[in-house]
Design a protein around this ligand. Sequence first.
Ligand SMILES: NC(=O)c1ccc[n+]([C@@H]2O[C@H](COP(=O)([O-])OP(=O)(O)OC[C@H]3O[C@@H](n4cnc5c(N)ncnc54)[C@H](OP(=O)(O)O)[C@@H]3O)[C@@H](O)[C@H]2O)c1
Length: 336
Amino acid sequence: MQAIFFNKADEICKIQETQVPEPGNNEVLIKIKAAALNRRDFWIKKGIYQGAKFPCIIGSDGAGIVEKVGENIDKDWINKAVIINPGMSWGEDPDAHGPDFHILGLPTQGTFAQYVCVPAESIWYKPDTWTFEKAAALPLAALTAYRALFTRGDLRRGQKVFITGAGGGVAVYLIQFAVAAGAKVFVSSSSEKKIKKAITLGAEGGVFYNEPGWEKELEKISDGKFDIIIDSAAGANFEKFPGLLKTGGKIVIFGGTAGKIPEMTAAKIFWKQASILGTTMGSKEDFKNMLDFVEKHNIEPVIDKIFPMVDAELAFKQMENHEQFGKLVIKITDGY
Ligand SMILES: NC(=O)c1ccc[n+]([C@@H]2O[C@H](COP(=O)([O-])OP(=O)(O)OC[C@H]3O[C@@H](n4cnc5c(N)ncnc54)[C@H](OP(=O)(O)O)[C@@H]3O)[C@@H](O)[C@H]2O)c1
């Protein structure tokens, strides 16, 4: 099979021939039709993701067709179109993942290849009306967004939500899901074009997170404080978040794109009765609820661009330059 191989850190994407993997007893072999990028893939490629090891075939998002099943798996799965939940071995506790939790694409082989083996418990039927590209654009980012907003954030209709970094793969789902749930959504971004796109998705307005005084501008355009702030950047701006919350409000955080959180005065948090909630991807139940939510609300993933496998390096470059709005998809095999 062909796969995008990285033999060492910071190498450009190279397509190499390698052996098709054999499914274990509880696994299925999937012929990947489409995959998608997440920032995790970019950091592994750079060699700066914790536990990054080379050579490797990465990729967490994928959708395709079951080609073969392991000894313990129902043969009815063969030839079925499926979507993969990349959160492996979450465990039994819906509140937090267990010690065996890992993400498809490191340490195990990922989806940037024509075939991948995954546990049968990680696959879900792809609805017939969804293209493989749509299905591949969902898993990691939409799962993270779903859990952040609903399972952790407990978002209610009519609440006011501030979503940082509107152009990010997860952020676009956060906007779409929050709008679909009846929330009033405001965003931040580095780009006017991306704020405008967020508004076309139903956001009410946005501010530039790089501009001094952005927090005052946000309060002005949104007419007051927020019930929930969902952030994946952290960095210096985090210190402003408690001041933007209503009393009893929540900050839900799932990433640190902009670096460390600076020192903060404790009173800003306790005097607000504020909650700061960490979240990472989601449980099996979150994944199922996310798929149901996407179907029920007819959510169309925002795909910035679909690249053929040979142009995967261009997709990584686009992510490096923060050029995308939504997901970057890689078409792996043609012919559905
Ligand atoms: N814990 C988890 O389960 C989980 C899951 C997925 C992702 N993550 C993490 O979450 C982050 C986003 O992931 P992604 O896949 O959505 O990445 P992405 O598609 O590469 O998006 C990153 C976005 O971050 C925004 N950004 C950059 N600097 C910012 C700042 N100072 N303030 C606010 N926003 C800023 C940019 O928004 P604009 O383009 O609008 O300027 C950019 O588009 C990454 O750190 C990733 O590792 C964590």
